[in-house]
Each structure stands twice: as C-alpha cells, then as structure tokens.
Design a protein around this ligand. Structure first.
Ligand SMILES: Nc1ncnc2c1ncn2[C@@H]1O[C@H](COP(=O)(O)OP(=O)(O)OP(=O)(O)O)[C@@H](O)[C@H]1O
Length: 367
C-alpha cells in the first residue's frame, strides 16, 4: 500500500486519544472564555467580529492557494451578503465575491447533514466564474489526480488520489462516515475537534474536485466543528494553517501514508487551538475598542473619529508606523495646520501617545 485509501482498513483512522484530550480540554476552556467575552457585545459588535473572522478565513484560505484579494473587496461582499445595513455589493472582483459567498454559505449550512448537494453547491459557488472548470460536478477525468510541486519537467509527486472512476462509490461512503460520526467518550467539543481533523484529512484524501479541494476541505473542517457544537464557531483555521504552510503539506503527506494518524491529530488540534486564540484576541480587541470609543466619543470631532476608526479597523497593531501629520492630512484631506491642531488635541485628551521627535513624531492609540 502506498496511500491510505488503498488499504483494506480505510477509513479506520487510528490515533491515541489520550494525547489529544489535554488539547481538547484547553480548547473547551478557551471557547468558554470567548463566549463569555462575546456575550456582553452589542449585536453590531458581534456581527462586526464575525465578519472580521470570516474575512480572515476567506483571505487566508485563498492565500494558501496563492490567490491574493484586497480586504476591502472581500469585506464588502461579506457585508452585502450578510445584509449588514448600508452595504451594497459594489465589488466587481468575482473571485473575491465567490470566496466571501462560500464563507457565508458554510456558516448558514452548519446544522445540515453533509450531502453531495451541499458539496456541489459549495463547489459551484467557488468555481462558477473559473474558465475550463465544470462547476457542477465531481471530477471525472481519466488522468491521475496528483498533488505535485516543482517546476515543469521536474515535478515531485506528493500524493495521488483515488481514480475518478472510484469516486461514485467513495463519496457516498465518505458522506455516510461523516454523518454517522460519533465519539461519545470525549464530549461534544472533543467530538467536533476530532471530526473536523479527520473530515479534512478524509476529504483531501478523496480530492473529489478538479480544483479547489483545499478550500472546500478547509470549509468542511469549519463546518464539522460548528455542526457538532450546534452553533457557528467563528475561527479562522486557514489563518493558522497559513502561518506555516509547509508543515500543513508535510503533515498531510505523512497522514496519507499510514492510517495511524497521531501526528496529524496533534497538528490539527494545535491549528484549532491557535485559531481559537486568535479569535479570542480579536474579541478582546473589539471589547477594548468599544470601551475606548465610549470613553472618548463626546470629545472627538468628525475628523478625529474618522482617523481613529481607520487605525482600528484592521485589528490591533495593524496601522503600521502609527499616525503622523502626513497620514492624518491624507485621511481627512485637510491642511497641515488643521492636522497639527487635531493631533495636539488627541494627545492632550489622552487618545494618542506621542513618540519620536521632529520629523519622525508619530502617535499610537492609547488603547
Ligand atoms: N500530500 C497531500 N495529500 C493530500 N492532500 C494534500 C497533500 N498536500 C496538499 N494537499 C491538499 O491539497 C490542496 C490543494 O488541492 P487543490 O489545488 O485542488 O485545492 P485548491 O483549493 O485549489 O488549492 P489550495 O489548497 O492551495 O487552496 C491543499 O491545500 C491541501 O489541502
């Protein structure tokens, strides 16, 4: 046997539960903490946070594939699709629209059993604008479906998926395995974590589509977790994977060769944990931001408010180099004198902390 799908025992994945139980406990603990933080949020803040996390997933799952979209394009699609007021889809980047639409569809279908229709719908959403791809069906080609790297003429084959002709049997088996999945002795959260990890691996093993298997498979991992927890879990798995893509490929490669998948389980649990921590930090930042705006909003003029919103809209520490007079003038399209006056005021009331001197003065938010 070269690959796991060729084994008689496939898909009986074997792993040591006791090794991942502490990770599941930590995950459950952090999940509880986040729920506590979010509980106090206004509906608007909740929606903003969830949109932020979906945005992150949409951007990073595309980046893993080497596709880079602008934050603004994807966010405008997400907000329009979520029906957030004042947002209309004005984004002509069809691929960015597609990935945003997929993210929302995945959250909307978290409670439904997985089916061929759901997978094909997701695929259709993702691929309908791709030329040369039949967006409504699983792969049927006779050429082998291989994961390769390297240059033309010097390819390394990392993996070969089952032939297309086997899929009509293997896909229903996968769907049944997924929908019947149970692991009662590690609690609902544990069950969700394990299903998420194994469903992703199983799906990548089948590689059932011509293209987009990574993106659909990561979407499926998110759905599996939400489904078992019976509520949408807002985490960005792809953001965590993307931090070390090579490790992801290595772990998949290793897991394709042996049904004993301890290393994969440990790896994937660490990805979920990292993604959850990231969501927690984002939630804490939203909280800090709200308290900050509440404290200062009555002392700020429109220009000051606009500049502060700009500095916080992309998350903590994302406004590189802090604020300075030049940036402030350009954000508000105003004269240097007005900018200097506002910056002075913001420092005096304690919104900004000033650093540097002369031409290199910059201002950080005193969050
Ligand atoms: N050795 C491997 N075995 C099985 N699957 C693998 C292996 N290495 C990578 N993969 C999966 O295959 C995906 C690539 O497949 P495909 O090109 O169809 O998907 P994609 O969504 O278009 O690309 P990407 O995953 O890069 O976004 C990877 O993202 C990963 O999920």
């Amino acid at each position: 046997m070269e690959y796991i799908w060729q084994s008689e025992d496939f898909p009986t994945f074997v792993f040591n539960k006791s090794e991942i139980v502490p990770m599941i406990q930590q995950f459950a603990h952090d999940l509880g903490e986040i729920s506590g933080i979010i509980m106090g949020f206004s509906e608007e803040n909740k929606q903003d946070l969830f949109a932020e996390i979906m945005l992150s997933e949409a951007l990073k799952t595309s980046e893993i594939e080497g596709e880079y979209f602008s934050r603004e394009d994807v966010m405008s699609s997400l907000k329009a699709n979520l029906g957030i007021k004042d947002y209309h889809q004005n984004n002509r980047n069809k691929k960015a629209n597609a990935i945003a639409h997929l993210m929302i569809e995945v959250q909307n279908s978290y409670h439904k059993p997985i089916s061929e229709k759901i997978l094909l719908d997701w695929y259709h959403i993702l691929m309908e604008n791709e030329k040369g791809i039949n967006a409504g069906q699983f792969r049927t080609g006779i050429e082998p479906m291989q994961v390769v790297s390297g240059k033309f003429g010097d390819f390394v084959i990392h993996y070969e998926a089952p032939p297309s002709e086997d899929l009509p049997l293997m896909i229903p088996q996968f769907l049944k395995w997924y929908n019947d999945f149970e692991m009662n002795d590690i609690g609902k959260i544990g069950e969700g974590v394990v299903l998420s990890a194994l469903a992703h691996l199983y799906f990548e093993t089948l590689h059932p589509f011509e293209d987009g298997n990574g993106r659909i498979g990561r979407a499926l991992a998110e759905k599996a977790l939400s489904e078992k927890l019976e509520t949408p879990v807002f985490i960005s798995i792809s953001k965590s994977i993307e931090k070390d893509k090579n490790r992801y490929y290595e772990e998949l490669k290793l897991a394709q060769r042996n049904l004993e998948v301890n290393s994969w389980m440990l790896y994937f649990c660490s990805i979920l944990q990292d993604a959850l921590l990231d969501s927690k930090n984002q939630a804490l930042f939203t909280l800090k931001k709200t308290l900050f705006f509440d404290q200062f909003k009555n002392q700020l003029n429109e220009r000051e408010l606009k500049a502060i919103q700009k500095m916080t809209e992309m998350g903590e520490n994302s406004f590189f180099g802090g604020m300075n007079a030049k940036k402030y003038m350009s954000i508000n399209k105003i004269s240097k004198a007005t900018a200097t006056r506002d910056l002075q005021h913001l420092s005096e009331i304690g919104v900004f902390l000033k650093s540097g001197g002369g031409r290199s003065i910059s201002y950080q938010l005193n969050l």
